[in-house]
Ligand binder design. Structure first.
Ligand code: CIZ
Length: 302
């Protein structure tokens, strides 16, 4: 089916079947175009929990759809493609985290939302890239085991006074390649552009950037800034929403362009099929779900 027909059929079906479609900022533009809400993983999970529809079709990677299911256990959460994972989330295995907890019995485990349900269940508290600093600061005790993103953890550990922060050795391979060199190749032709990057980028990049923030913080920044041109150091899908929020501004990407193949596994054809056939339901074992929910709720209470 051609793109326009798929689009129209998805809109018709979701209304007929009373399904809400949620899409992450890193999704393809045509997926964002059929979504009822576009946001970061936590914003979308909150929307999922309060949505009147009984079925949520979550267009994002596995840990995001799982987070929605953890917060909305009584709803059906569907993912258009269950194999869309996260290379960063894959870097923390439950057994390894259990061992690290045993080796650091007094540490509070702060897990970035970019982990699978089993790791969320092992954590004391969850954080997002928008609130990691606040969560770390408010965590009880003076020792933190931060899982799994060493770059996000290091970015906030710098300003953490009196806390011993142990960083897991994980990273997002897409953000890891956003380096000062990747920015400079673009900056040569656009010397006046502001450099704004995600905290998953390596420290030598975040140290040099004009602004560092999560997806929602980057979006707010470009809307409010007086600058007219930005080099955006995060997954390229964000540009779709940036252009909507600030249509009179210019947005450039590092060289090479940061593209997450996992995010891009969600296609219009797969969304169409998922809606038509009511596939694939996200399942999280109840014992794990309940523990993971506790760690997420602790963050929400802060
Ligand atoms: O939590 C999210 O949605 C991700 C992956 C990043 C962000 O900055 O929002």
């Amino acid at each position: 089916m051609e793109t326009q027909k798929l689009h129209d059929d998805i809109i018709r079906q979701k209304e007929e079947k009373d399904v809400v479609i949620l899409a992450h900022y890193y999704q393809r533009p045509e997926i964002q175009a059929v979504a009822d809400f576009v946001g970061d993983s936590l914003e979308l999970s909150r929307v999922a929990a309060s949505a009147p529809q009984g079925t949520i079709l979550f267009c994002g990677v596995k840990f995001m759809a799982e987070t929605a299911k953890i917060l909305s256990p009584d709803k059906t959460v569907l993912t258009p493609y269950p194999l869309a994972g996260c290379l960063l989330a894959d870097m923390a295995e439950p057994r390894e985290v259990e061992e690290a907890k045993k080796a650091n019995p007094t540490a509070q485990v702060v897990a970035y939302v970019n982990v699978y349900a089993e790791i969320k269940a092992l954590a004391d508290i969850i954080c997002t890239s928008a609130n990691a600093g606040k969560v770390m600061e408010k965590t009880e005790g003076d020792k933190i085991l931060f899982v799994p993103d060493r770059n996000l953890g290091a970015f906030h550990a710098r300003t953490m006074k009196g806390k011993d922060v142990r960083l897991w050795d994980g990273y997002c391979p897409i953000h890891e390649r956003i380096t000062p060199e990747a920015i400079e190749r673009v900056q040569r032709k656009h010397p006046d552009a502001l450099v704004i990057v995600h905290p998953e980028c390596p420290p030598r990049m975040t140290e040099k950037a004009d602004f560092v923030g999560s997806t929602s913080q980057l979006l707010r920044f470009v809307e409010q800034s007086d600058a007219k041109c930005f080099i955006v150091g995060t997954e390229e899908g964000i540009l779709h929403e940036m252009k909507k929020k600030a249509p009179d501004k210019d947005f450039l990407l590092p060289d090479p362009i940061p593209i997450c193949d996992q995010m891009k596994m969600i296609t219009l054809e797969r969304v169409h099929k998922a809606l038509k056939e009511d596939i694939y339901p996200v399942i999280v074992e109840e014992a794990i779900r309940a523990k993971a929910e506790k760690a997420i709720r602790r963050m929400l209470e802060l």
